[in-house]
Design a protein around this ligand. Structure first.
Ligand SMILES: C[S@@+](CC[C@H](N)C(=O)[O-])C[C@H]1O[C@@H](n2cnc3c(N)ncnc32)[C@H](O)[C@@H]1O
Length: 233
C-alpha cells in the first residue's frame, strides 16, 4: 500500500495543477494561489529566525522556501522523489538552501530532540499509521518544541458537501486517479492522538474555494476542513 501511495504522489506532486508556467513563474503562481487560499499559513513563518525546522511532507517546497526566507534553518522530507526534485528547483530558483531528504514520516531518521519546530501541512492523514507519524514528530522535537500539523476535519462542511470524499480511502490508485488514502479526524480524536504533548491548541479553517469569502470566521472555526494543531512537547 505504501508503495502505491508513493507512486501516486510521484505522479501527482501537490499544487502543480495551479500553474502552467515554467521556471520561477511556475513557483510564484503556485505560491500566490496557496496563500490566497490559505492566508493563515503565512503566520507560521513569523518568529522562525535561527530555529531548526523540519517540514514533514514538504511536497514541492512552497512553505519550506518561506521558512528559509524568514530565517529558519530548514529540512524537508517527503516520500515522493518527484516532489523533492521540484522542491530543490524551487529553492534554487529562489536562491535558498535547505536539506531535502527522501524519508517516510512514520520513520523519521533523526535523533530524539533535534528540531525546534516540526511543521506538517496536509500530510499525516495520507499515511497509513498517522499515530506513528505524530509520535515520531514528538520524539524529534526539542523539549518545549512546537509541532504545527494540519489534518482534515471529519465534521466539516467540505465533507458534508462531498460525502464521498473518504470513499477513496483505501482505493487502489489504478481504480481512480484520486489520492489512494485520505483520512479525516474529529477534534476529540485529535486530542487523544496528541496526548503525549504537554499542551495543544486546535483551530479550524477553510470551507472551500468558492465559499471561503462568504462564510464568517466563527463558522469556519467550527466546520472548517483543516484542523490545525499547535502542540508543545
Ligand atoms: C497533500 S500533499 C502536501 C504537501 C505540502 N505539505 C503542501 O501542503 O503542499 C501530501 C504530501 O505528503 C507526502 N507524504 C504522504 N505520506 C507520506 C509519508 N508517509 N512520508 C513522507 N511523505 C509523505 C506526499 O508525498 C505529498 O508530497
Amino acid at each position: 500500500m505504501k508503495e502505491e501511495i508513493q507512486k501516486w504522489w510521484n505522479r501527482n506532486p501537490c499544487q502543480i495543477i495551479n500553474s502552467n508556467k515554467q521556471g520561477i513563474d511556475f513557483f510564484e503562481d503556485v505560491e500566490r494561489v496557496r496563500y490566497w487560499m490559505h492566508p493563515w499559513i503565512k503566520n507560521y513563518f513569523m518568529g522562525v529566525k535561527g530555529k531548526k525546522i523540519l517540514e514533514v511532507g514538504c511536497g514541492i517546497g512552497t512553505d519550506l522556501v518561506n521558512f528559509v526566507r524568514y530565517g529558519g534553518v530548514a529540512t524537508g522530507i517527503d516520500m515522493s522523489d518527484n516532489s523533492l526534485e521540484l522542491a530543490e528547483v524551487n529553492l534554487k530558483l529562489n536562491g535558498f538552501k535547505a536539506e531535502l531528504i527522501l524519508m517516510d514520516a512514520e520513520n523519521l531518521e533523526f535523533k530524539d530532540n533535534t528540531f525546534d519546530i516540526v511543521y506538517s501541512y496536509g500530510v499525516l492523514h495520507h499515511t497509513i499509521n498517522t499515530q506513528k507519524g505524530i509520535d515520531e514528530i514528538h520524539r524529534v522535537l526539542n523539549p518545549k518544541g512546537t509541532a504545527i500539523i494540519m489534518l482534515y476535519n471529519k465534521l466539516s462542511l467540505v465533507r458534508l458537501l462531498h460525502p464521498n470524499i473518504n470513499k477513496y480511502e483505501g482505493r487502489r490508485p489504478e481504480e481512480k486517479e484520486f489520492c489512494p488514502l485520505l483520512k479525516t479526524y474529529t477534534s476529540k480524536e485529535v486530542k487523544k492522538m496528541f496526548s503525549k504533548f504537554s499542551s495543544i491548541k486546535i483551530d479550524k479553517r477553510f470551507v472551500g474555494n468558492k465559499l471561503e469569502g462568504h462564510i464568517p470566521d466563527f463558522i469556519k472555526k467550527r466546520i472548517g476542513w483543516h484542523i490545525i494543531i499547535e502542540a508543545i512537547k
